[in-house]
Design a protein around this ligand. Structure first.
Ligand SMILES: CC(C)(COP(=O)(O)OP(=O)(O)OC[C@H]1O[C@@H](n2cnc3c(N)ncnc32)[C@H](O)[C@@H]1OP(=O)(O)O)[C@@H](O)C(=O)NCCC(=O)NCCS
Length: 160
């Protein structure tokens, strides 16, 4: 099985992050809770296998809260997601954060399973939030994973 390494994002990663975002999400921008993020400008972690970037986690630290903004693994099931989550948890704790949180959409049942199995709890539901997000990012599709209509934001959190 391929082994991977996780390291902090550096300024040299910006171009790669833009490419990865386009490939995985069809856009370089992320909207959560009515706010537009540019992941290439955020801190976080890159996972690599054989010098190839296969995972990306970006986060936004705001006072005592750390939001996971993007989280992608192109080599699922190797433990990259779990290790990236552990890495951001450690950084958040070391910078004094008390809460690690994350927004997903109603269609992403795999991610809901993944996070809940790793200590996150459902904290809030924002019905029809995607209508507002589309005003900021019109490229958000109408259907998401498995063709499920993309409508609501779900907030998950864990205390640190
Ligand atoms: C959610 C996501 C980031 C998880 O990444 P991942 O690299 O697959 O994560 P892991 O490998 O740590 O864990 C995935 C599963 O594989 C299992 N796994 C981990 N290491 C393994 C190994 N060596 N062999 C077999 N299975 C393994 C884990 O146990 C886990 O299963 P579980 O949830 O039943 O515990 C990834 O699925 C993804 O990119 N999804 C699409 C984008 C997305 O939805 N992102 C989140 C919203 S922004």
């Amino acid at each position: 099985m391929a082994s991977f390494k996780i390291r902090l994002i550096t300024p040299n990663d910006a171009e790669k992050i833009v490419m990865l975002m386009k490939q995985h999400w069809g856009s370089t921008r992320v909207v959560s809770r009515g706010r537009v993020h540019c992941p290439e400008k955020l801190p976080g972690f890159v996972a690599r296998v054989d010098h190839k970037s296969v995972g990306l986690l970006t986060c936004n630290i705001n006072d005592k809260d750390c939001e996971i903004v993007t989280f992608d693994s192109a080599s699922e099931g190797l433990g990259i997601g779990s290790a990236s989550l552990e890495a951001v948890r450690k950084v958040a704790i070391s910078t004094g954060c008390k809460r690690l949180w994350w927004i997903t959409t109603n269609d992403n049942t795999h991610a809901l399973r993944f996070y809940q199995k790793r200590g996150f709890r459902l904290a809030a539901l924002y019905p029809n939030q995607l209508e507002k997000s589309r005003l900021l990012k019109p490229e958000i599709p109408l259907a998401g994973v498995d063709g499920i209509p993309l409508r609501d934001e779900i907030e998950l959190e864990t205390t640190l």
